[in-house]
Design a protein around this ligand. Structure first.
Ligand code: 2DT
Ligand code: MG
Length: 212
């Protein structure tokens, strides 16, 4: 009998929503309940492509907008063999940002449509669950200043939120909106419930292909 695969779980949301904290909490809770789980994040800044992206985000280099979009996508594709292997081994992957951030951020720039932005990521492993951590701009402001990296301004994040709203209309993706204005434990409990459901469902289903 083939062993059961792990689930591909993605957390998305605007800056300050708590994605990174919640990814760590979720992986810990899954491991403690005896379910193998690992955290991943995109961009993965450790690869050669990731270093180009990191330098761009830190404003140490400039890259043409289409070019950097394709680099973000290539950074996902280069990790696909690793992701598939882990999922097949029964490890659940909890991913901090994925192709949805890719599309939302680039399409927030002038001259980019959703459709063009989605194309390079068509066929990536399809998440079994995408949780969108929703936080109003007012609540985000209460959590402190934005950082110094590229894209970290309230004006840009507002457009990014609008692009995410467009993407969430796609019912072929298992979107779940999480109220990220609750306290850390409240958000975590919510995320854990959805994740356990996704893990149970995914183990009997083949991994899908995104936007195909
Ligand atoms: P972090 O702060 O989470 O490291 O993100 N981004 C991310 C894109 O523009 N395209 C993508 O494909 C991805 C995954 C969002 C760094 C910034 O990179 C943006 C914030
Ligand atoms: Mg950031």
């Amino acid at each position: 009998m083939a062993s059961k695969r792990g689930a591909l779980i993605v957390l998305e949301g605007v800056d300050k929503a708590g994605k990174t904290t919640q990814c760590k909490r979720l992986v810990q809770a899954l491991q403690q309940s005896g379910r193998p789980a690992e955290v991943m994040r995109f961009p993965d800044r450790t690869t050669t492509i990731g270093q180009l992206i990191s330098s761009y985000l830190e404003k140490k280099s400039d890259l043409e907008d289409h070019t950097v979009h394709l680099l973000f996508s290539a950074n996902r594709w280069e990790l696909v063999p690793t992701m598939k292997k882990k999922l097949e081994q029964g490890i659940t992957l909890v991913v901090d940002r994925y192709a949805f951030s890719g599309v939302a951020f680039t399409s927030a720039k002038p001259g980019f449509c959703l459709d063009w932005c989605m194309k390079p990521d068509v066929g990536l492993p399809k998440p079994d669950l995408v949780m969108f951590l929703k936080l109003s701009p007012a609540d985000a402001a209460l959590r402190g200043q934005f950082g110094e990296e590229r894209y970290e301004t309230s004006a840009f994040q507002k457009v990014v939120q609008q692009r995410f709203d467009e993407l969430m209309k796609d019912t072929s993706v298992n979107w779940q909106v999480i109220d990220a204005s609750q306290n850390i434990d409240g958000v975590h409990n919510n995320i854990m419930d959805h994740s356990l459901n996704a893990i149970n469902t995914a183990q009997n289903l083949p991994l899908g292909e995104l936007w195909k």
